[in-house]
Ligand binder design. Sequence first.
Ligand SMILES: Cc1cc2nc3c(=O)[nH]c(=O)nc-3n(C[C@H](O)[C@H](O)[C@H](O)COP(=O)(O)OP(=O)(O)OC[C@H]3O[C@@H](n4cnc5c(N)ncnc54)[C@H](O)[C@@H]3O)c2cc1C
Length: 431
Amino acid sequence: MAIIGAGYTGLWSAVHLAELRPDLDIIVLDAAEPGFGASGRNGGWCSGLFPVEIDSLTALHGRDAALAMQRAAIDSVEEIGHWINRQGVDCDWAKAGTLTVATNAVQEVRLRGAVDTLHRHGLDDADVRWIDGEELARRVTVAGALGASYSPHCAALHPLKLVNALVDRAGELGVAIVGGLRADAIDDTGISGSLDERPTHIAADWVVRATEGYTPMLRGARRAVIPLYSYMVATEPLSNDTWRDIGWDARETLAEGRLMVTYAQRTADGRIAFGGRGAGYRYASRIAGRFDADDTVARRIVATLHELFPATRGAQITHHWGGPLAVPRDWHPSVVVNRAERRISAGGYVGDGVALSHLAGRAVAAAIAGEGSAVLGLPFVNHVGRHWEAEPLRFIGVNAGLRLPVLADAIESRTGRPATRLGKLMDRLLG
Ligand SMILES: Cc1cc2nc3c(=O)[nH]c(=O)nc-3n(C[C@H](O)[C@H](O)[C@H](O)COP(=O)(O)OP(=O)(O)OC[C@H]3O[C@@H](n4cnc5c(N)ncnc54)[C@H](O)[C@@H]3O)c2cc1C
């Protein structure tokens, strides 16, 4: 059997499957190399987050299934932690939870509301709770912070170190990993593509597509997801004095409550790695190496970093990078199993794939191994959303939607009132 894509999804699928079925020949192929995609360059939040909000998930699948999905995402964080311990992996793992910090009253109301919604749907204080400014300050000093929502279900990690550990484990289990092999299409007999630019064909009974943001480059999958770029910067290692001011000893992951997505971690080597979305969508889902950096977005991220942590103003920004993540039309991750044709596609995690890829890998492995498993009953299995619109509608709609969070954040901080109408428009254009 063959897996296209050597990111977390492809590698977890291979590792889980090889453990269940050591008799199978498993090949994982990658157009570049393991970890070339988002898995090697993400923000390192291994979180129990699911990109569809719990009330929408409940409306779609019912209360019990939605809660089971959310619980499974949370459990994946624990399971990855156990795996890392068992394998003796060093990937800078620190499971101290995640903070979403409110820096104005509108954000506080929204975040407290989000905590209440999760509680109404079956989570409790042990899963997510509001912490006031004083408790927050004992953890980390964020300028202007009023408080934060806190969930213990998140760990910070070094993304590429986890990829490397998975590659090692896959190798021990006899999985073949081949770089430089680009798939162009999946057909009845396997995969056609090119190896170092020469046409090739891989015969395979089962084929798993684990190509995430790059999926639109595959024949027959052009509108399955769109690639949206997320970008990051990292500071130089900060001085001990700066860290004494900031705190953040436990290395919780951290976001700000603004509508534009932000995410940060204190790295094990004493930097702040800070990320954000806000880049435009490129016509016809184009992906290219030259998009892996964006100076305008980087400047915006650095400005937010300085706002939240003024002590970093004098620190050098030593790194800037980015990459594509995959956004399905309804933002709903899925593992779609076509048993008759022995084809599986897995992914569509938006920005939450570090832990969800582990869960998806378990579903892929159980489906191929023919094992009855509770994971196959989760509502992300065989969830099929609609395709994105054709161009130019897609380009116009997505980019209009992407501009709204910046606008809404500015309105909220100026007026002190929630930008409710813009929020609804955002949902309509992107959700
Ligand atoms: C900057 C950034 C920050 C992020 N931060 C976080 C975070 O903090 N927490 C979180 O949970 N998620 C985060 N994400 C998302 C997360 O990284 C992804 O959801 C996850 O890594 C997806 O893993 P994957 O294996 O499905 O895809 P990828 O890691 O993208 O792997 C896909 C692989 O497939 C290969 N490939 C693609 N097409 C082909 C083809 N045709 N033939 C052969 N090979 C192919 C690619 O080379 C690539 O290696 C972030 C993403 C980005 C870009």
